[in-house]
Ligand binder design. Structure first.
Ligand code: HEM
Length: 547
């Protein structure tokens, strides 16, 4: 037997035990341990000569033993998650579908990784996402790979990636102030301005098309993207990104932001690779550069506008400490990503469903027309819109079927806590993450039936509560997540979506473009933490109003 075989095996077992216990986040330390320990063994071993064979044999033994040790441990009954069922790892670009299939197959609690459970049991939600529950999980360390220009990865200032509960609560204070009911009321003129601009631009295209076959063809998903990015530019910085004006993503702002979402969606699965990703400088983010430029400009101008920047930069000086520049940059670009893509995706999904179900489109138009007489009154009174049952049912149903954050609401016990008791017999040990996947939850027949995969706004109406054959469990409806780290922008997103939908449905007749196969829409959807969508080609004409 080769003299280093046993020591190399023992060394591999010790390495596994070390990594399992301490989970080093430093890439340098990990590389150093894995690369140099076997060499050290050969160099310090008295017996074998220092030949190429002794090195290759020792390295081979060490890595094989390490891999086997990890595999055996993860599949063994000693592993703390061994009681939970789960699949053999699989790779699929459609994480939302995959996780949903797993829940269909294995039930509400599934082990989806060596140290991760996916849970869709409503009774456990308060313990996972609720106000006094666990902090954000390790995937957020991985998502830091998206680090923007002008931000410093080591600055623990970004709200969305803040894993320490107390720190998160401190950072969230300025955001909570920015989204109170009265603050959101003050942003309404921005919503109305940008929504009217969207309608105006689309009208122009319709009018130009009357010269030809009378209908304009537009990519509705793209136009809703222009709206939501321009709106966020206005809302965050009181600046315009000029997308609606140009009618194109001329500077690649949307394209760049969307492609920058891929890499973090991979790295988040293996957070310790984040430093390698950074070393390779994989992040290309035009939005970060833009945010840095706009923040710098605003700081020079002084406090002039009431917008999100006003709050994030604490211009009312309500906090004891000044917010450092990198934190302001991180938070403003976070707001633009978090608020634009999600809203554009939801609006696009809803238009898709309304075109697929013309009866729902007509019913919605009737409700809007009854409240706002077409041709005389624009549907822009947000108080009235908030109380329209069918409009809100349509929005809920769109969010239910395609929640823009489909799978990764992740939490984990805080460091040093030892673990978190989720329920009787359900202890989550430290080092384990729990993920709640809204897509799988929203399509579970246990919570939404009949036909959980069908677009049925009726399930949200008051009659459904008295219908014994219908289940609509609102506690399972979590498109905005819930608890202290749930979506802070929810009230504003709802205002935006109600106004835009009401205006579009009242102003335009729409149908899918000729030759568009509606099956493409779900096929084009990809889960990259948020949802990537394809084009939505729509034939559009201005609605003819009776005189
Ligand atoms: C349809 C629209 C939207 C949906 C479905 C949505 C959904 C979500 C979800 C699921 C989360 C993750 C919460 C978690 O991990 O538990 C989140 C977080 C967040 N969202 Fe939204 N969002 C939307 C619009 C907006 C808007 C308009 C803004 C405005 C800036 C915004 C800002 C944020 C921020 C800052 C966070 C991080 C909150 C925290 O960590 O405390 N979102 N959102």
């Amino acid at each position: 037997m080769y003299p280093t075989l046993v020591p190399a095996t023992l060394l591999a077992l010790a390495t596994h035990a070390f990594f399992k216990t301490f989970e080093p986040a430093s890439l340098r330390l990990s590389i150093a341990v894995l690369a140099f320990l076997p060499a050290l063994l050969v160099l310090t071993s008295a017996v074998p000569p220092m030949t190429l064979t002794s090195f290759t044999t020792t390295y081979g033994t060490y890595y094989t033993a390490l891999a086997l040790s990890i595999a055996v441990y993860r599949l063994s009954h000693v592993h703390p998650l061994s009681n939970y069922p789960g699949p053999v790892p699989s790779s699929t670009g459609k994480l939302h579908l995959y996780i949903r299939d797993l829940h269909d197959q294995y039930g509400p609690i599934v082990r989806i990784g060596p140290n991760e459970l996916s849970i869709i049991d409503t009774t456990l939600l308060p313990g996972i996402l609720g106000t006094d529950s666990m902090p954000k999980g390790p995937m957020w360390d991985g998502r830091q790979a998206a680090g923007n220009k002008g931000t410093t990865p080591s600055v623990k200032g970004g709200l969305i990636g803040a894993r320490d509960k107390q720190r998160h609560a401190e950072l969230r204070r300025v955001w909570n102030r920015a989204f109170t009911t009265s603050a959101v009321k003050q942003y309404e003129p921005i919503v109305l301005r940008r929504a009217s601009q969207l309608v105006g631009e689309l009208k122009k295209r319709c009018e130009a098309a009357t010269m030809h076959d009378g209908r304009a063809q537009v990519d509705m998903a793209q136009w809703l993207g222009f709206f939501s990015f321009d709106f966020m530019g206005d809302f965050v910085f009181s600046e315009t990104f000029g997308l609606l004006d140009a009618g194109e993503d001329k500077d690649g702002l949307i394209g760049g932001t969307e492609s920058s979402l891929y890499m973090p969606s991979v790295v988040q699965q293996v957070p310790w690779t984040v430093n390698a990703a950074r070393l390779l400088r994989l992040q290309v983010n035009k939005l970060g550069e833009l945010a840095l430029r706009l923040v710098t400009k605003r700081l020079k101008e002084g406090s002039m506008h009431y917008d999100l920047f006003y709050h994030i930069n604490d211009e009312a000086k309500l906090e004891q400490e000044r917010t450092p520049l990198p934190v302001v940059v991180t938070n403003t670009s976070t707001a633009i990503v978090a608020g634009s893509d999600t809203t554009a995706t939801t609006l696009s999904n809803i238009i898709y469903f309304l075109l697929l179900h013309p009866v729902c489109f007509s019913r919605l138009r009737v409700e809007i027309d009854e409240a706002f007489s077409p041709g005389t009154k624009e549907p822009t009174d947000t108080t009235v819109l908030a109380q329209m049952p069918y409009l809100n049912a349509v929005i809920n149903e769109g969010l239910r079927l395609y929640p823009p954050v489909p799978t990764m609401l992740q939490r984990a016990p805080s460091e040093g806590s030892g673990g978190h008791l989720l329920g009787p017999g359900l202890f989550i040990p430290e080092g384990t993450a729990v993920t709640v996947p809204p897509y799988a939850m929203h399509r579970s027949p246990r919570y939404f039936s009949p036909d959980p995969d069908k677009f049925m706004p009726e399930r949200w109406l008051a009659d459904s509560a008295t219908n014994v054959d219908m289940v609509t469990d609102r506690s399972a409806f979590i498109p905005f997540s819930t608890g202290s780290a749930g979506c802070v922008g929810k009230p504003l997103a709802l205002v935006e979506m109600r106004v835009v939908l009401a205006l579009l449905v009242q102003t335009f007749d729409m149908r899918f473009a000729t030759g568009y196969d509606a099956k493409r829409w779900p096929e084009d959807i990809h889960d990259v933490f948020v949802m990537r969508k394809g084009a939505l080609p729509v034939k559009l004409s201005c609605r003819a109003l009776e005189a």
